[in-house]
Design a protein around this ligand. Sequence first.
Ligand code: GRG
Length: 292
Amino acid sequence: MFKTYLESSKNNIEQWLEEILKSPNAEYAPLYESMEYSLMQGGKRIRPILTKAVLEMFDKNPADYKEFLCAMECIHTYSLIHDDLPAMDNDDYRRGNLTNHKVYGEGMAILAGDGLLTYAFQLMVSNKAASAEQRIKAIGCVAKTAGPEGMVGGQAFDLLSENRHIPLEELKVLHRGKTGALFNAAVELGLILGDADADTYQAFMEYANCLGLLFQITDDILDVTGTIEELGKTPGSDIRQHKSTYVSLLGLEGAIRQAHMVGKQAHDALKSVAYDTDILESLIDYLLERTN
Ligand code: GRG
């Protein structure tokens, strides 16, 4: 059952994450504590689960590639720590706990994010299962998607778009970077490490684009409804006015329709794939129906 798959994958990933952070000396221990505070604070682990599922589709053992899976989560966690800072979203809570800077101070939170980002690359380089060529491709892919051409670019555009309504096309550009880029990286890592052929590669990149977009649309919907069960019933009266979202631009019903359309596109993208895509298709439906 897919729910069991998600739970066991999350457990695997958290076990691997537990193993990776070790302070080299007592002096740096507070930095590691701050990194670990956010890294081990739960979360869906959806990006490494995605990479894991693609690897398994190619009959690869994900444990052999745990450095790549952990790297994805380190980069995601860094982005959340920095996004919560007073200079960005200025949030006091994340996942029901105090944000990193509220516990360790702004300076240490910045460094915890920097540490997680750079450590992700150290981890990927140290992997033993991938060939040198695969590692170069994989690391290049993560650098490109997490950096100024991807997530950082999207976040910068978001920063500049505060307090103004942006049209749908610009919103798509924003989220293709801010949210979509790491989803693309998660899928592409699996393709690179699984030696995908060109057709499979192309089909899965379309799938990844849809997944990132779907994730963001449902994120915007959940922001308004609180839970996906309420979809279609809540009027969406509390849409945040200060920034454009899929709900503010399309209306709640329109955003729900769009989410289903994108979900179908993701399923369609996998139709021609010559591998067992059951888990990856279930992931689409999971994102469509998620409540957190
Ligand atoms: C600071 C460079 C930089 C980037 C920040 C990820 C991000 C970009 C901002 C987070 C703000 C946000 C709510 C973005 C929308 C979608 C998103 C990435 C949500 C959080 O991801 P989940 O739901 O988080 O996978 P969990 O808690 O499950 O890990």
